[in-house]
Structure formats: structure tokens, C-alpha cells
Design a protein around this ligand. Structure first.
Ligand code: 1HN
Length: 352
């Protein structure tokens, strides 16, 4: 009789299995039972690690990049924020890309388009513009700007200050689906065919043209959300009510045409925490990137603690409990793949 540990020939079963795996490997076959637990863990087991980038430490590298390569030569002069658990993959979370982009006075970043959706959050400097589908918008610190999938876009800086912004893109999502397309515009700078403020007037005033639909498919037709207006909205929220125990006062950037998220794959949020506020533990399946806009505090991610100040960027992996404790009044911008997860029926959250 063959035992559990030996087959009929008396060969120990472990060796027999190894030999079986080697043979089928040549035919591109593999045994599920060796990987089943890793494939279907009881909760997310992400390689993505909690991390914080101090702007004070990153800024000298950004400045140095400005001396070593032009925006034109680089196409996009960006330092990629690579998650320490995902090095070499150009990702800050498993599903999202993040970088810090510099454009110096007089520079142009040439026009192109791609199927990836991008967001920008202006970190430092004013006077640069980004052009989206024939309309330019001037950047100011804290402005949230969208580049919809497949929209022509270029950047320029006719002003006098270096301008730095954070880019967030859904590059790993497009990669996952092998749905990555890109092309260059035939000229370096696309023509301006709409006056600045056109999209904001058409869609950003609780009015919409009768013909309605967004030129940008599932993405908001409003492509700039000026910080002054968003800041005032959360300040009003904070004056009028009680904070959520997990979030303080938090709002989502929406597509005014649908009331849903501003972009189909990436959710973006703005949050105010009153001075001295401590959030209750919160976790969700969407790993989230935070950019501190105002104030100072600490993020406890799992059992790691990160002190942040304005312009610092930190990342909370999927399902890691987050607690925020702030000294002064804080404003935090954040983004994640929440809309994609919700659309696919994957998203979960838990309040401890
Ligand atoms: C891109 O097009 C921009 O348009 C920024 O500013 C970062 C990273 C990867 C691929 C395309 C931009 C990017 C990017």
C-alpha cells in the first residue's frame, strides 16, 4: 500500500512532487496548491510599505534635476516616488504612480496624450500653466488639476518662479489591463482654442450647457479645482458641524456632471483636521497617498509613526490602520484607487 508519505515505488513523496513540478514546468504548468494561500489571503498582504518623503529632503534633488536636464529633453522632468517595497516599478502603491515634477521659468514640457489619467497637486510656485485639450489653466499652490485619459496636454512656465507639483497617475492600472496607448502631438505646444476659465464657467458654477456631456468621457469636464475655493469649502464644513471621528472634515473632488468621483480610476480628497485633533483608527482597501498642504502632525500607520509638515508626502498601504494626530490645524490632500475598486466591487473599509 502507498502511504501518505511514499508513493508505490517507495520514493518519498516530497521528492516525487518536486520532480513532477519540474516536468510540468517545461510545459508551462504549475501546481495551485503550492501558492493557493498566497493567492487568496484572508486580508490584503501588500508588498507596498508605509513611507514618508520629507519635502525638505527631496527639494534639493528636484533643484539639482533642474540644472542637469531641461524639461524639453526630459519630456517630463520628474522624480518618481518609489515605494520602498516596490522599488524599480515606478509605483508609490501597487496601483498608482506618483512623482514630483519641476518646470523652470521659460520652459515647455511638450504636448502628448495617453490612456492613463493624471492628477496634479501644485506644491510650490505660481505662474506655470498646464494645457488640456486646447485650454490653459494657471497653477497656484494647492490647486488640484486633472488630465483626463487621452486628452492632449502640455505644460509651460511663462512666469518667473520654478513651479513644482505632485503627479498622480493610474499607470499600474493601465499596465494591469495592458491598455496602455500614447502618442506625441505633432507640435511641441498644442494650440490654445478656448479661453482660460472656459471649462470652469461651463461646468464649475452649478450650471451646465444644454448639450451637457463632458468632452472627457468618464472624467470631470472641470479640470482645475482652485485651492482657494476647495479650502473655503472645507473651512465652511468645519465651521458648521462636528468632525467625523476617523476623517475630521473630509470631502471628495467630484465630477459635477455625475456627482461621482472626478476621475474613473483615481479618487481625490481634501481634509481639514482642527488643531489638536486625533483621528480614530481607520483602514480601507485603497492604499492612499497623502500630501500635507497646511499644518503639522503625525501619521501612525500600523505601528510606524511619521511626522509630517507642509509639502511632505506619505503613503498608507491597503488595509493598514491609519491614525492622524495634528498639532496645528492641518489640511491634507489625498488620492487613491477607490473609484476603480468600487466600480469593480472590491472596495472595503473598517472603522475600529
Ligand atoms: C506624464 O504625461 C506627466 O503629463 C507626468 O505631466 C508624469 C509619468 C509617466 C507617464 C506620463 C505629465 C508622467 C507622465
Amino acid at each position: 500500500m502507498a502511504s501518505v508519505l511514499e508513493n508505490r515505488d517507495g520514493v518519498p513523496v516530497a521528492a516525487a512532487r518536486r520532480e513532477f513540478y519540474r516536468r510540468m514546468d517545461r510545459d508551462h504548468l504549475a501546481p495551485l496548491w503550492e501558492v493557493l494561500h498566497a493567492l487568496v489571503p484572508p486580508a490584503p498582504q501588500s508588498a507596498c510599505r508605509p513611507a514618508l518623503w520629507k519635502y525638505r529632503a527631496v527639494r534639493p534633488y528636484i533643484e539639482e534635476s533642474g540644472r542637469l536636464i531641461s524639461a524639453r529633453e526630459a519630456v517630463r522632468r520628474v522624480l518618481v516616488l518609489e515605494n520602498p517595497g516596490l522599488r524599480g516599478q515606478s509605483r508609490i502603491t501597487t496601483s498608482l504612480y506618483c512623482g514630483l515634477q519641476l518646470i523652470l521659468p521659460g520652459e515647455v514640457a511638450p504636448s502628448h496624450r495617453h490612456t492613463q489619467t493624471a492628477l496634479r497637486l501644485v506644491v510650490e510656485g505660481s505662474g506655470a500653466y498646464t494645457a488640456v485639450d486646447g485650454e490653459r489653466v494657471t497653477m497656484h499652490p494647492g490647486d488640484f488639476i486633472i488630465t483626463p485619459a487621452w486628452a492632449w496636454h502640455d505644460h509651460g512656465n511663462p512666469g518667473t518662479e520654478p513651479v513644482v507639483w505632485m503627479d498622480g497617475l493610474d499607470i499600474p492600472i493601465a499596465q494591469l489591463f495592458d491598455a496602455t496607448f500614447a502618442e506625441n502631438y505633432p507640435e511641441e505646444v498644442q494650440p490654445v482654442v478656448r479661453p482660460e476659465g472656459d471649462a470652469a464657467a461651463r461646468y464649475g458654477a452649478n450650471l451646465a450647457p444644454l448639450e451637457g456631456a463632458s468632452r472627457f468621457g468618464k472624467t470631470s469636464p472641470v479640470f482645475c479645482y482652485p485651492y482657494a475655493r476647495s479650502r473655503e469649502a472645507i473651512a465652511a464644513l468645519a465651521r458648521a458641524g462636528d468632525p467625523d471621528p476617523c476623517h475630521g472634515f473630509k470631502m471628495q473632488y467630484i465630477n459635477p456632471a455625475t456627482g461621482g468621483p472626478a476621475m474613473p480610476t483615481i479618487g481625490a480628497f481634501l481634509q481639514l483636521l482642527p488643531a489638536g485633533f486625533r483621528t480614530a483608527p481607520y483602514r480601507s482597501s485603497d492604499a492612499t497617498v497623502y500630501l500635507a498642504l497646511e499644518g503639522e502632525g503625525e501619521a501612525r500607520i500600523g505601528d510606524e509613526v511619521f511626522a509630517f509638515e507642509p509639502c511632505d508626502i506619505f503613503v498608507v498601504p491597503s488595509w493598514r490602520p491609519l491614525r492622524l494626530a495634528v498639532r496645528s490645524e492641518c489640511v491634507l490632500f489625498s488620492f487613491s484607487d477607490r473609484p476603480a475598486q468600487i466600480a469593480l466591487g472590491l472596495w472595503r473599509e473598517s472603522r475600529a
